[in-house]
Design a protein. Structure first.
Length: 123
């Protein structure tokens, strides 16, 4: 993908961002509900990968902060994006019409590192 989204690519910024959002980000967020139990070091690797890609897409100078690049591209952090996908996934499970899926017991909130308990309780 580097020849397409790299610094010397002739594609427009819009097309580079489109390629990232449609090809690379879904690969990075694959099995998003499981990332809730991942160690922080693993999610930091995803964040740094996204920052590197965003910097390559924009051909930003070294002194520009990553948060400004992400803000200008209207990208959220990978962790926020993964949480959003996980919330959507668990919401679909809760509202599923299949009886076998409805009978799956809920997680015990007293147990730590359970996927659903790591998500915000207001959603």
């Amino acid at each position: 993908m580097y020849p397409l989204i790299g610094r010397s690519s002739k594609l427009s910024l819009r097309n580079k961002l489109f390629l990232y959002k449609t090809i690379l980000r879904p690969i990075m967020s694959y099995a998003s509900p499981l990332w809730g139990a991942a160690a922080k070091t693993h999610t930091q690797k995803l964040e740094s990968t996204q920052n590197i890609i965003a910097r390559q897409i924009t051909d930003a100078h070294w002194y520009i902060r990553n948060r400004y690049i992400l803000k200008d591209l209207r990208l959220t952090s990978i962790v926020t994006y993964i949480k959003k996908l996980a919330i959507k996934f668990f919401h679909k499970i809760d509202n599923h019409t299949n009886e076998a899926i409805k009978e799956i017991p809920s997680y015990d909130p007293r147990k730590k590192r359970r996927l659903r308990t790591l998500l915000p309780s207001d959603n």
